[in-house]
Design a protein around this ligand. Structure first.
Ligand code: FCB
Length: 454
């Protein structure tokens, strides 16, 4: 491995999300979220796991910030639990929720760690879901109220904001595939949700500017590097459609204020295009982001579909035929070149002004423990290879300003419960003990050296 040194002010971070780590779901006035409801529905989550306790971060945040300080993080990306601040989604804020995030932010700042807040990492208040949730335009207004409150309350100290985490996952896993909350399988609803998320993003950016906040705001889509399975024209078309479904449907509105015409035509033909009101996309065009957050994990290999599917867009996924291919515990192919390609692509096609990798990391078995440290060489290799791809992109002119590793500590991995471990630190689910992994020690050295010293 050759030496790779990153710029002096590069943000070395780690990321988490409220429902995955906080626990304390019924404490201090927190309201129910869609994920509480979903996780408590029998059969939805592996082993019947829930986020009721998670990493108990609500009570242990000081200890967790101390660990972040020990590895030298310069940035920490976390999300606010909307129902902890507004138990019913709207109305009067919950003072205890406000106290919690104030304390967390102050603790981070005292440790020299810059907070980056995600407003929506999926835990919508259940009370709003009952009114139709993201399928309804009212939720856009409720989200704006909540965002406004968050900016006014925390914006004096927090200078990096992300509106939505992975809008495609909210829309498609929640409303099309049904494996995430709220568990629907309705293509038209999914596209309506995606649209409302995008419109709310544009309006929130506008509100952030109106308030005269001095900071940066962006969005964090999950971008997939799409490869056609073969050179055949059919597979090329399938890959193009999949890219439209997964990437362009979100990037085009954010950067160009318009949906990609090929996809809009397809959805219109299928009768599932979302209703678009006058001004909706203008909000997006007139309010450019300060940065694009990219969550990147793997690539997708796509070919022409052999049969019917829920959406019938004519693509299907196939596994890698590369004999050298390696996979994580999620069965995701390890493909660092895809990160490079995605970074170059958003720079070339969308002129992304500034980019943060807002999530990248890997789940492995983590079975070997020596002298109290989990020996996770495979995670170190994964991160090293992806840092190297990011470094190459930087050298090739991509304006990459930081990297948030997913994730600080093992946590509730949505539908997969506690079975998948992505953390730099392990967590003993019975005792809540935080356990060092070799990757955390390695990352500490990377941060100290501003990169990898050969
Ligand atoms: C992303 C999510 C994040 C985490 C990782 C593994 O899709 O944003 O919360 O679950 O995947």
């Amino acid at each position: 491995m050759t030496k790779m040194i990153f710029p002096e002010n590069f943000v070395w971070g780690a990321a988490t999300a409220s429902y995955q780590i906080e626990g304390a779901v019924s404490e201090d006035g927190r309201g129910e979220s869609v994920w509480d409801r979903f996780a408590h529905t029998p059969g939805k989550i592996k082993n019947g796991d829930t986020g009721d306790v998670a990493c108990d971060h609500y009570h242990r945040y000081k200890q967790d910030v101390a660990l972040m300080k020990e590895i030298g993080l310069s940035g920490y990306r976390f999300s606010l639990a909307w129902p902890r601040l507004f138990p019913k989604g709207t109305g009067r804020p919950n003072p205890k929720g406000v106290d919690f995030y104030n304390s967390l932010i102050d603790e981070l700042l005292a440790a020299g760690i810059e907070p980056a807040i995600t407003l929506n990492h999926w835990d919508l208040p259940q009370a709003l879901q009952e009114l139709g949730g993201w399928m309804k335009r009212d939720t856009i207004e409720f989200f704006l109220e909540y965002a406004d409150f968050a900016f006014e309350t925390f914006g004096d100290r927090v200078k990096k904001w992300i509106t939505h985490n992975e809008p495609a996952v909210i829309a498609f896993n929640g409303y099309l595939f049904g494996d995430h909350a709220p568990g629907l399988k309705d293509p038209a609803a999914a596209l309506r949700v995606a649209h409302n998320l995008l419109v709310s993003h544009g309006k929130t950016v506008a509100r952030y500017r109106e308030l005269g906040q001095e900071g940066e705001i962006g969005i964090a889509p999950n971008l997939v590097h799409v490869c056609p399975a073969t050179d055949s024209p059919e597979d090329q078309v399938a890959a193009r459609v999949y890219d439209g479904f997964q990437n362009r449907w979100f990037l085009d509105p954010v950067f160009r204020g318009a949906y990609p015409q090929d996809m809009l035509d397809l959805y219109t033909e299928m009768g599932i295009a979302p209703p678009i009101e006058a001004g909706d996309l203008e909000w997006l065009a007139q309010n450019p982001v300060d940065f694009l957050g990219i969550n990147y994990y793997t690539r997708s290999i796509v070919k022409k579909a052999a049969g019917e599917s829920l959406l019938n867009l004519g693509f299907e996924h196939v596994g890698s035929e590369d004999p050298q291919a390696a996979f994580t515990e999620m069965n995701w192919e390890i493909f660092p070149q895809g990160l490079y390609d995605v970074l170059v692509r958003v720079t070339r096609d969308y002129q992304a002004p500034c980019i943060y990798i807002t999530e990248n990391g890997a789940a492995f078995k983590d079975e070997i423990c020596q002298d109290g440290v989990i020996i996770d060489e495979d995670r170190i290799d994964y991160l090293k290879a992806h840092f190297s791809a990011a470094h190459r992109a930087l050298q090739d002119g991509v304006r990459l300003a930081g990297y948030y590793v997913w994730t600080l500590m093992d946590n509730f991995e949505w539908a997969l419960g506690y079975t998948k471990r992505f953390g730099l630190f392990g967590v003993d689910n019975d005792t809540q003990e935080r356990i060092w992994k070799k990757s955390a020690q390695w990352y500490r050295q990377v941060i100290k050296d501003h990169g990898v010293q050969g």
